[in-house]
Design a protein around this ligand. Structure first.
Ligand code: 13P
Length: 252
């Protein structure tokens, strides 16, 4: 049985004080006996402050990116060791905003380097995959997602993939209020699980957690999360308020 995993991706939002307020609100409300794994992923600048607030809680900390290199001349970047030092357990990699914002335009090859670097350092990556609207309409969803998986996970071994969570985030559903139907999401998740079975083995396929992301709200969380292959959610907008994020966790 896979434990539900709900992660909040705060993206480039909040300030130091609102980040602290949100963190404290979540810590106060999250039941210590929850059966759900919960993580929050603030901007780099808020990591250490949020880590301090999370110290005695059951909420894990994640980052939204890393640079895959040893310390050195990489102005503006943070590597996996720095994120661990700041208290991170998780790191979101391959987010569609980083793949598709034209000035960022991350490739699967670069994401693969980040995956290897995160795993080697002991961070748990949340690898995001998902198709654009045009690609869905052209019937390419499975092909696009499988290509992202194959290239982002290139050379990753069966032992290493143990720490990886996959997040299926159809790009047309992110921040648009247009959520994938439970059937659309379940079909994509089932395909990802079968891909993992072929690329790795039955154990990897049956134990890897696959989150859904894209306009998840308390109102749609229960139906999405009750699908057999949806093990959690990667939440953007609704993770920025205590009530809506808790509402999603309570539905998991
Ligand atoms: P929204 O929940 O705002 O659609 O964002 C989803 C997302 O991109 C999480 O990584």
């Amino acid at each position: 049985m896979r434990r539900a995993f709900i992660a909040g991706n705060w993206k480039m939002n909040l300030t130091q004080s609102t980040a602290t307020e949100l963190t404290n609100g979540l810590v106060a409300k999250l039941d210590d006996n929850t059966s759900v794994d919960v993580a929050i992923c603030p901007s780099f600048g808020f990591l250490s402050g949020v880590a301090a607030e999370l110290a005695s809680s059951h909420i894990s900390l994640g980052a939204q990116n890393l640079y895959p290199a040893e310390a050195g001349a990489y102005t503006g970047e943070l590597n996996a060791e720095m994120l661990l030092d700041l208290g991170c357990e998780y790191v979101i990699l391959g987010h569609s905003e980083r793949r598709h914002l034209p000035d960022i335009a991350e490739s699967n090859g670069f994401i693969n380097l980040k995956m290897k670097s995160a795993i080697a350092a002991g961070l748990k990556p949340i690898l995001c995959v998902g198709e654009l609207l045009d690609e869905r309409e052209a019937g390419q969803t499975t092909a696009v997602v499988e290509e992202q998986l194959a290239n982002s996970l290139a050379d990753i071994t069966t032992e290493q993939v143990d720490v990886v969570t996959i997040a299926y985030e159809p790009v047309w559903a992110i921040g648009t209020g247009k959520v994938a139907t439970p059937d659309q999401a379940e079909a994509a998740h089932a395909n990802i699980r079968e891909w993992l079975r072929i690329r790795f083995n039955d154990l990897v396929a049956d134990t890897t957690r696959i989150q859904y992301g894209g306009s998840v709200k308390p109102e749609n969380a229960r139906e999405l999360l009750s699908q057999p292959n949806i093990d959690g959610a990667l939440v953007g907008g609704a993770a920025l308020s205590v009530d809506s994020f808790m509402g999603i966790i309570e539905n998991a």
